[in-house]
Design a protein around this ligand. Structure first.
Ligand code: FES
Length: 358
Protein backbone atom coordinates (compact mmCIF):
# COMPACT_ATOMS: atom_id res chain seq x y z
CA UNK A 1 0.00 0.00 0.00
CA UNK A 2 1.45 3.43 -0.94
CA UNK A 3 2.31 5.94 1.74
CA UNK A 4 1.22 9.57 1.61
CA UNK A 5 2.44 12.49 3.65
CA UNK A 6 -0.29 14.81 4.85
CA UNK A 7 0.94 18.20 6.02
CA UNK A 8 -1.88 19.64 8.11
CA UNK A 9 -2.24 23.21 9.29
CA UNK A 10 -2.77 23.07 13.03
CA UNK A 11 -4.27 25.82 15.16
CA UNK A 12 -5.90 25.81 18.59
CA UNK A 13 -6.95 29.30 19.68
CA UNK A 14 -7.15 28.34 23.35
CA UNK A 15 -3.39 27.61 23.48
CA UNK A 16 -2.48 31.12 22.36
CA UNK A 17 0.16 29.61 20.04
CA UNK A 18 0.35 30.65 16.37
CA UNK A 19 -0.68 28.20 13.64
CA UNK A 20 1.91 25.65 12.53
CA UNK A 21 2.31 22.73 10.09
CA UNK A 22 2.42 19.11 11.21
CA UNK A 23 3.26 16.10 9.02
CA UNK A 24 1.58 12.70 9.23
CA UNK A 25 2.11 9.59 7.10
CA UNK A 26 -0.83 7.42 6.10
CA UNK A 27 -1.05 4.05 4.29
CA UNK A 28 -4.02 4.12 1.98
CA UNK A 29 -4.92 3.10 -1.56
CA UNK A 30 -4.40 5.92 -4.08
CA UNK A 31 -8.10 6.25 -4.86
CA UNK A 32 -8.92 6.98 -1.21
CA UNK A 33 -9.78 10.58 -0.45
CA UNK A 34 -7.79 13.21 1.39
CA UNK A 35 -10.60 13.19 3.95
CA UNK A 36 -10.10 9.46 4.55
CA UNK A 37 -6.40 10.16 5.08
CA UNK A 38 -7.17 12.84 7.66
CA UNK A 39 -9.71 10.62 9.41
CA UNK A 40 -7.12 7.84 9.56
CA UNK A 41 -4.66 10.26 11.16
CA UNK A 42 -7.30 11.21 13.69
CA UNK A 43 -8.29 7.60 14.44
CA UNK A 44 -4.81 6.11 14.64
CA UNK A 45 -2.24 8.81 15.33
CA UNK A 46 -3.61 12.07 16.72
CA UNK A 47 -7.16 12.40 18.01
CA UNK A 48 -6.76 16.15 18.40
CA UNK A 49 -6.86 16.91 14.63
CA UNK A 50 -9.96 18.96 13.85
CA UNK A 51 -11.88 18.64 10.57
CA UNK A 52 -15.58 18.98 9.79
CA UNK A 53 -17.27 16.33 7.63
CA UNK A 54 -20.48 14.44 7.25
CA UNK A 55 -21.61 12.77 4.02
CA UNK A 56 -18.16 11.86 2.61
CA UNK A 57 -19.78 11.91 -0.81
CA UNK A 58 -19.43 15.54 -2.02
CA UNK A 59 -23.03 16.32 -1.09
CA UNK A 60 -23.14 18.10 2.27
CA UNK A 61 -20.32 20.62 1.65
CA UNK A 62 -18.89 20.25 5.19
CA UNK A 63 -15.33 19.20 4.35
CA UNK A 64 -14.21 22.26 2.36
CA UNK A 65 -10.48 22.90 2.85
CA UNK A 66 -7.53 24.16 0.82
CA UNK A 67 -5.45 21.34 -0.64
CA UNK A 68 -2.08 22.33 -2.05
CA UNK A 69 -3.17 25.96 -2.20
CA UNK A 70 -6.49 25.31 -3.98
CA UNK A 71 -9.90 25.15 -2.32
CA UNK A 72 -11.87 21.94 -2.65
CA UNK A 73 -13.69 19.13 -0.90
CA UNK A 74 -11.42 16.79 1.06
CA UNK A 75 -13.84 13.91 0.46
CA UNK A 76 -13.82 14.54 -3.28
CA UNK A 77 -10.05 14.70 -3.81
CA UNK A 78 -8.13 11.47 -4.31
CA UNK A 79 -4.84 11.07 -2.49
CA UNK A 80 -2.92 10.21 -5.67
CA UNK A 81 -4.30 13.25 -7.53
CA UNK A 82 -3.51 15.55 -4.60
CA UNK A 83 0.04 14.18 -4.28
CA UNK A 84 0.61 14.52 -8.02
CA UNK A 85 -0.36 18.19 -7.85
CA UNK A 86 2.40 19.04 -5.38
CA UNK A 87 6.06 19.34 -6.35
CA UNK A 88 7.41 17.21 -3.50
CA UNK A 89 4.45 14.80 -3.29
CA UNK A 90 3.40 16.18 0.11
CA UNK A 91 -0.31 16.86 0.45
CA UNK A 92 -0.72 20.21 2.17
CA UNK A 93 -4.12 20.75 3.79
CA UNK A 94 -5.16 23.99 5.43
CA UNK A 95 -8.42 25.72 6.37
CA UNK A 96 -10.32 27.77 3.82
CA UNK A 97 -9.50 31.43 3.37
CA UNK A 98 -11.59 34.53 4.05
CA UNK A 99 -13.09 32.94 7.16
CA UNK A 100 -11.85 32.86 10.75
CA UNK A 101 -10.44 29.51 11.90
CA UNK A 102 -12.13 27.81 14.84
CA UNK A 103 -9.62 24.96 15.10
CA UNK A 104 -7.19 23.30 12.69
CA UNK A 105 -9.14 22.80 9.44
CA UNK A 106 -12.50 24.00 10.76
CA UNK A 107 -13.58 27.52 9.78
CA UNK A 108 -16.33 29.67 11.24
CA UNK A 109 -19.05 29.53 8.59
CA UNK A 110 -21.49 31.49 10.71
CA UNK A 111 -19.18 34.52 10.96
CA UNK A 112 -18.94 34.97 7.20
CA UNK A 113 -20.71 32.56 4.91
CA UNK A 114 -24.13 32.08 6.50
CA UNK A 115 -24.35 35.74 7.44
CA UNK A 116 -23.92 36.67 3.79
CA UNK A 117 -26.32 34.03 2.55
CA UNK A 118 -29.00 35.38 4.92
CA UNK A 119 -28.25 38.88 3.55
CA UNK A 120 -29.76 37.96 0.15
CA UNK A 121 -33.10 36.73 1.60
CA UNK A 122 -32.57 33.13 0.49
CA UNK A 123 -36.17 32.09 0.28
CA UNK A 124 -39.03 32.52 -2.14
CA UNK A 125 -41.19 35.65 -1.82
CA UNK A 126 -44.28 34.85 -3.87
CA UNK A 127 -47.17 37.20 -4.40
CA UNK A 128 -50.47 36.39 -2.71
CA UNK A 129 -51.48 33.18 -1.02
CA UNK A 130 -49.99 29.91 -2.25
CA UNK A 131 -52.00 27.99 -4.84
CA UNK A 132 -54.31 25.23 -3.67
CA UNK A 133 -52.06 22.65 -5.23
CA UNK A 134 -48.46 23.09 -6.44
CA UNK A 135 -47.01 26.03 -8.36
CA UNK A 136 -46.71 25.21 -12.04
CA UNK A 137 -43.36 26.35 -13.41
CA UNK A 138 -42.11 25.91 -16.95
CA UNK A 139 -39.28 23.54 -17.65
CA UNK A 140 -37.16 26.38 -19.11
CA UNK A 141 -37.59 28.48 -15.99
CA UNK A 142 -36.30 25.68 -13.82
CA UNK A 143 -33.38 24.94 -16.14
CA UNK A 144 -32.45 28.60 -15.73
CA UNK A 145 -31.87 28.23 -11.99
CA UNK A 146 -30.54 24.67 -11.85
CA UNK A 147 -26.95 25.79 -11.98
CA UNK A 148 -27.27 28.04 -8.95
CA UNK A 149 -29.34 25.36 -7.19
CA UNK A 150 -26.41 22.93 -7.52
CA UNK A 151 -24.52 24.83 -4.81
CA UNK A 152 -23.78 22.72 -1.72
CA UNK A 153 -22.62 25.71 0.38
CA UNK A 154 -19.12 24.34 0.86
CA UNK A 155 -17.60 27.85 0.83
CA UNK A 156 -14.81 26.98 -1.65
CA UNK A 157 -15.66 30.05 -3.74
CA UNK A 158 -15.71 32.28 -0.67
CA UNK A 159 -12.30 30.94 0.35
CA UNK A 160 -10.53 32.23 -2.74
CA UNK A 161 -12.60 35.29 -3.63
CA UNK A 162 -10.15 38.13 -4.25
CA UNK A 163 -12.80 40.83 -3.88
CA UNK A 164 -13.69 39.52 -0.45
CA UNK A 165 -10.05 39.53 0.53
CA UNK A 166 -9.91 43.26 -0.23
CA UNK A 167 -13.43 44.05 0.92
CA UNK A 168 -14.65 41.59 3.57
CA UNK A 169 -18.07 43.24 3.33
CA UNK A 170 -18.53 42.05 -0.26
CA UNK A 171 -21.65 39.88 -0.32
CA UNK A 172 -19.56 37.29 -2.10
CA UNK A 173 -19.88 34.61 -4.75
CA UNK A 174 -21.84 31.96 -2.84
CA UNK A 175 -24.50 34.32 -1.52
CA UNK A 176 -24.89 36.10 -4.87
CA UNK A 177 -25.23 32.78 -6.70
CA UNK A 178 -27.98 32.00 -4.18
CA UNK A 179 -29.57 35.37 -4.97
CA UNK A 180 -29.78 34.43 -8.64
CA UNK A 181 -31.64 31.27 -7.66
CA UNK A 182 -34.58 33.51 -6.60
CA UNK A 183 -34.16 36.32 -9.12
CA UNK A 184 -34.41 33.67 -11.85
CA UNK A 185 -37.42 31.94 -10.30
CA UNK A 186 -40.75 32.99 -11.86
CA UNK A 187 -42.61 32.21 -8.63
CA UNK A 188 -40.77 35.01 -6.82
CA UNK A 189 -42.50 38.39 -6.92
CA UNK A 190 -39.62 40.58 -5.79
CA UNK A 191 -37.20 40.42 -8.70
CA UNK A 192 -36.87 44.18 -9.13
CA UNK A 193 -36.59 44.81 -5.39
CA UNK A 194 -33.93 42.12 -5.02
CA UNK A 195 -31.92 43.47 -7.96
CA UNK A 196 -32.19 47.08 -6.79
CA UNK A 197 -31.01 46.04 -3.38
CA UNK A 198 -28.00 44.13 -4.74
CA UNK A 199 -27.09 46.85 -7.26
CA UNK A 200 -27.35 49.71 -4.75
CA UNK A 201 -25.32 47.92 -2.10
CA UNK A 202 -21.69 49.15 -2.41
CA UNK A 203 -20.64 45.58 -1.59
CA UNK A 204 -23.12 44.02 -3.99
CA UNK A 205 -23.09 42.78 -7.57
CA UNK A 206 -20.79 45.52 -8.86
CA UNK A 207 -18.11 44.70 -6.31
CA UNK A 208 -17.03 41.55 -8.20
CA UNK A 209 -13.79 42.05 -10.15
CA UNK A 210 -14.04 39.03 -12.49
CA UNK A 211 -11.03 37.17 -11.09
CA UNK A 212 -12.60 33.80 -12.02
CA UNK A 213 -11.29 32.20 -8.79
CA UNK A 214 -14.79 31.19 -7.73
CA UNK A 215 -15.39 29.46 -11.05
CA UNK A 216 -12.16 27.46 -10.66
CA UNK A 217 -12.89 26.67 -7.03
CA UNK A 218 -16.47 25.42 -7.25
CA UNK A 219 -16.62 21.60 -7.10
CA UNK A 220 -20.17 21.60 -8.45
CA UNK A 221 -19.85 23.77 -11.56
CA UNK A 222 -22.08 26.53 -10.16
CA UNK A 223 -19.80 29.19 -11.68
CA UNK A 224 -20.77 31.86 -9.13
CA UNK A 225 -19.14 34.67 -11.11
CA UNK A 226 -21.38 33.86 -14.06
CA UNK A 227 -24.43 34.05 -11.78
CA UNK A 228 -23.23 37.48 -10.62
CA UNK A 229 -22.88 38.61 -14.24
CA UNK A 230 -26.39 37.38 -14.94
CA UNK A 231 -27.68 39.39 -11.97
CA UNK A 232 -25.94 42.43 -13.43
CA UNK A 233 -27.41 41.89 -16.87
CA UNK A 234 -30.87 41.47 -15.43
CA UNK A 235 -30.46 44.60 -13.31
CA UNK A 236 -29.09 46.81 -16.07
CA UNK A 237 -30.68 45.44 -19.24
CA UNK A 238 -34.01 43.96 -18.12
CA UNK A 239 -34.89 46.31 -15.26
CA UNK A 240 -32.82 49.33 -16.36
CA UNK A 241 -31.60 49.94 -12.84
CA UNK A 242 -29.10 52.81 -12.69
CA UNK A 243 -27.27 52.27 -9.42
CA UNK A 244 -25.55 54.84 -7.27
CA UNK A 245 -22.36 52.73 -7.37
CA UNK A 246 -21.99 53.63 -11.02
CA UNK A 247 -21.93 49.96 -12.02
CA UNK A 248 -24.39 50.42 -14.87
CA UNK A 249 -22.54 53.44 -16.31
CA UNK A 250 -19.21 51.64 -15.93
CA UNK A 251 -20.50 48.73 -18.00
CA UNK A 252 -21.75 51.08 -20.70
CA UNK A 253 -18.41 52.95 -20.78
CA UNK A 254 -16.57 49.66 -21.09
CA UNK A 255 -18.66 48.48 -24.02
CA UNK A 256 -18.49 51.91 -25.68
CA UNK A 257 -14.68 52.00 -25.54
CA UNK A 258 -14.34 48.48 -26.93
CA UNK A 259 -16.71 49.41 -29.75
CA UNK A 260 -14.67 52.51 -30.53
CA UNK A 261 -11.12 51.14 -30.20
CA UNK A 262 -11.39 47.35 -30.34
CA UNK A 263 -9.46 47.08 -27.05
CA UNK A 264 -9.90 48.83 -23.73
CA UNK A 265 -8.59 52.39 -23.43
CA UNK A 266 -7.92 52.18 -19.69
CA UNK A 267 -7.19 55.88 -19.20
CA UNK A 268 -10.63 56.77 -20.53
CA UNK A 269 -12.56 54.14 -18.58
CA UNK A 270 -12.78 55.99 -15.30
CA UNK A 271 -13.82 59.41 -16.67
CA UNK A 272 -16.27 57.88 -19.15
CA UNK A 273 -17.82 55.79 -16.39
CA UNK A 274 -18.69 59.08 -14.70
CA UNK A 275 -20.02 60.81 -17.78
CA UNK A 276 -16.74 62.19 -19.22
CA UNK A 277 -13.67 64.05 -17.92
CA UNK A 278 -15.53 67.30 -17.31
CA UNK A 279 -18.67 65.90 -15.78
CA UNK A 280 -19.10 67.12 -12.19
CA UNK A 281 -19.55 63.52 -11.07
CA UNK A 282 -16.16 62.56 -12.55
CA UNK A 283 -14.10 65.24 -10.78
CA UNK A 284 -14.10 63.80 -7.26
CA UNK A 285 -13.34 60.32 -8.64
CA UNK A 286 -10.47 61.58 -10.77
CA UNK A 287 -9.04 63.45 -7.78
CA UNK A 288 -9.41 60.35 -5.64
CA UNK A 289 -7.49 58.28 -8.20
CA UNK A 290 -4.58 60.77 -8.35
CA UNK A 291 -2.33 58.85 -5.90
CA UNK A 292 -2.74 55.68 -8.00
CA UNK A 293 -1.99 57.67 -11.14
CA UNK A 294 1.17 59.17 -9.66
CA UNK A 295 2.33 55.75 -8.43
CA UNK A 296 1.71 54.28 -11.90
CA UNK A 297 3.67 57.09 -13.54
CA UNK A 298 6.60 56.71 -11.15
CA UNK A 299 6.75 52.98 -11.71
CA UNK A 300 6.51 53.34 -15.47
CA UNK A 301 3.21 51.45 -15.69
CA UNK A 302 1.50 54.53 -17.06
CA UNK A 303 2.97 57.00 -19.50
CA UNK A 304 1.59 60.37 -20.55
CA UNK A 305 1.47 59.12 -24.13
CA UNK A 306 -0.56 56.04 -23.17
CA UNK A 307 -2.90 58.21 -21.15
CA UNK A 308 -3.64 60.49 -24.06
CA UNK A 309 -3.58 58.14 -26.99
CA UNK A 310 -4.85 54.60 -27.52
CA UNK A 311 -4.41 53.01 -30.94
CA UNK A 312 -7.48 51.57 -32.62
CA UNK A 313 -7.35 47.96 -33.76
CA UNK A 314 -6.72 47.96 -37.52
CA UNK A 315 -9.83 46.00 -38.55
CA UNK A 316 -12.53 48.41 -37.39
CA UNK A 317 -15.04 46.97 -39.86
CA UNK A 318 -14.82 43.59 -38.16
CA UNK A 319 -15.48 45.13 -34.74
CA UNK A 320 -18.51 46.99 -36.07
CA UNK A 321 -19.73 43.76 -37.64
CA UNK A 322 -19.45 41.87 -34.33
CA UNK A 323 -21.36 44.60 -32.47
CA UNK A 324 -24.02 44.74 -35.17
CA UNK A 325 -24.50 40.99 -35.11
CA UNK A 326 -24.76 40.77 -31.33
CA UNK A 327 -26.94 43.84 -30.86
CA UNK A 328 -29.11 42.97 -33.85
CA UNK A 329 -30.38 39.80 -32.24
CA UNK A 330 -33.95 39.96 -31.11
CA UNK A 331 -33.56 37.80 -28.09
CA UNK A 332 -30.76 35.93 -26.45
CA UNK A 333 -31.68 32.86 -24.47
CA UNK A 334 -29.48 32.27 -21.51
CA UNK A 335 -30.94 29.44 -19.51
CA UNK A 336 -27.71 28.84 -17.67
CA UNK A 337 -23.99 28.75 -18.34
CA UNK A 338 -24.27 25.56 -20.34
CA UNK A 339 -27.45 26.30 -22.24
CA UNK A 340 -27.53 29.57 -24.11
CA UNK A 341 -28.07 30.67 -27.67
CA UNK A 342 -30.28 32.54 -30.07
CA UNK A 343 -33.02 31.57 -32.48
CA UNK A 344 -31.68 30.24 -35.75
CA UNK A 345 -32.48 32.27 -38.85
CA UNK A 346 -35.49 30.66 -40.51
CA UNK A 347 -34.32 28.59 -43.45
CA UNK A 348 -35.26 30.02 -46.85
CA UNK A 349 -38.20 28.30 -48.50
CA UNK A 350 -37.19 25.09 -50.24
CA UNK A 351 -33.78 24.90 -48.54
CA UNK A 352 -34.88 22.29 -46.02
CA UNK A 353 -35.32 19.68 -48.75
CA UNK A 354 -38.31 17.55 -49.58
CA UNK A 355 -40.97 17.10 -46.95
CA UNK A 356 -41.13 13.52 -45.78
CA UNK A 357 -44.47 11.94 -44.93
CA UNK A 358 -44.61 10.47 -41.47
FE1 FES B 1 -19.87 16.05 2.73
FE2 FES B 1 -17.32 16.22 1.94
S1 FES B 1 -18.12 15.33 3.73
S2 FES B 1 -19.05 17.14 1.06
Amino acid sequence: MPEYTLRLRRFSPETGEPAYWQDYTVDLEPHRSVLEGILQVRAEQDGSVGIRCSCRAAICGSCGVRINDKPGLACHTHLDAAAARSQDGVIKVEPMGNMPVIKDLITDFEAVHWKKVRRVTPWLLPDGPPPEREYIVSHEAMVDVTQSMACIQCGACVSDCLSMEVDPEFIGPAALAKAYRFVGDPRDSQHRERLEDLAEDPHGIFDCTHCFNCIDACPKGVAPMSQIMRLRRKATADYEIVDRNNGERHEKAFVGLIEKYGTLFEAELLPQSYGGKFHPRAMPELLRSLPVLVKGLLRGKITVMKGLHHPKLPDQKEIKRIFKTVEGRDQRYELNLYISGVDEEPEPAGAAGEAVSP
